[in-house]
Design a protein around this ligand. Structure first.
Ligand SMILES: [Zn+2]
Length: 365
């Protein structure tokens, strides 16, 4: 993630903090200083740092469990909203996904339990007075860990509880159906949460909207990846695309922009070598200052994402992310097509209506 600093690394996973998290710390320290002086500032910062240490431990619960199933995570980043581990993907065996998802909240429960034992008592009042310094650091930290575990076990995507529910259902049902049910349960919870929030905490409404949208997004993505299982990238890619020559000038690029409805153009050099992508916005940018005969090459976005034509489509959908388009290459590295959001939407539509349509085509050779 950009704008992050690396703090250190543990077993091959870098721990990074995002700049916005540093700003959060500064803001918390400053407001505590204004209300209670240096001592209050020190206490708040210590408390927040300890909580986020527990958040990192939570993430390592996921990371180290996933590693047992061969899934590597190269970094975990601390954001003001929590920790984010870049797990390459979730395991597909439901039993394994369940273990990976539940390992995070379990870490918080273990920490809370250890603190309760060390303190010799559970102080339930700490749960509602997390910001009250008179209660002492450790009881509040124990309560915060309990809260983290419960909050993360809300059975809605993208919370761990949503994944646990999906994985548990997938032990009996097929994964697409399990995802649909888990997403609906999550959205019902989001409604309930938002409803509660209307009468109490406005923050809950905010969380509810976030949970609702994340549940919908996850369901959509999983269904897309389920529907296209067994297909390869070549089954979905656009092949009737206009490419722009690496040596083209601005006038030629504008002509091609007008002649097609494409938004992204692959730029190719001799022998079909894929040099990069040129978007509509890049051409407009060049138009602001360049002459007709100016080369378009400086505006090409170099080293765009690429994928092999025979790569599995479901995995490619999961890693599509924010890309505008992905270049599809053959074994020799020559461009054979383009995977765009639109081509993905179309293949999902077709695969949902007629699951064997593309598979059958390939079977006939
Ligand atoms: Zn988690």
């Amino acid at each position: 993630m950009r704008w992050s600093l690396t703090l250190g690394s543990f077993k091959g996973t870098a721990v990074r903090i995002h700049v916005t998290f540093v700003l959060l710390l500064a803001w918390i320290g400053f407001s505590a200083y204004r209300s209670g002086g240096w001592e209050a500032a020190r206490d708040s910062l210590l408390f927040i740092t300890l909580i986020f240490t527990c958040v990192v431990l939570h993430e390592f619960g996921h990371i180290l469990t996933a590693r047992r199933f061969g899934i590597v995570s190269t970094e975990v980043t601390l954001l003001p909203i929590g920790g984010v581990a870049n797990l390459a993907h979730m395991p597909e065996k439901p039993g394994q996904e369940l273990l990976v998802a539940i390992a995070g909240p379990m870490v918080n429960i273990v920490i809370a339990f250890a603190l309760f034992v060390a303190l010799g008592a559970f102080q339930p009042e700490a749960l509602t007075r997390l910001d009250d310094p008179h209660l002492g650091l450790l009881p509040r930290l124990a309560a915060a860990n309990l809260f983290l575990a419960v909050f993360n076990m809300i059975p809605a995507f993208p919370m761990d509880g949503g994944r646990v529910l999906r994985a548990a259902l997938a032990l009996w049902l097929d994964r697409a159906k399990a995802t649909r049910i888990a997403a609906s349960v999550g959205q019902m919870f989001a409604f309930a949460l938002g409803f509660l929030g209307l009468f109490g905490n406005p923050l809950l409404v905010f969380i509810a909207i976030f949970v609702y949208m994340a549940a919908a997004g996850e369901a959509q993505m999983t269904q897309a990846s389920e529907a296209t299982r067994g297909l390869v990238v070549a089954d979905a890619m656009e092949t009737r695309i206009a490419a722009i020559d690496w040596g083209a000038d601005l006038a030629e690029a504008v002509d091609i922009l007008l002649a097609t409805s494409q938004e992204e153009f692959p730029v190719v050099a001799g022998g079909g070598r894929f040099m990069g992508l040129l978007g509509r916005a890049d051409i407009i940018e060049a138009l602001k200052s360049e002459a007709r005969s100016a080369p378009i090459a400086p505006y090409v976005r170099r080293s765009p994402p690429t994928v092999g034509a025979t790569a599995p489509l479901d995995k490619t959908i999961e890693s599509f992310g924010e890309a505008a388009a992905i270049g599809v290459l053959d074994e020799d590295g020559a461009l054979v097509g383009l995977l765009t959001r639109q081509s993905l939407a179309e293949i999902v539509l077709i695969a949902n209506l007629r699951p064997d349509w593309r598979l059958a085509r390939r079977g006939q050779g």
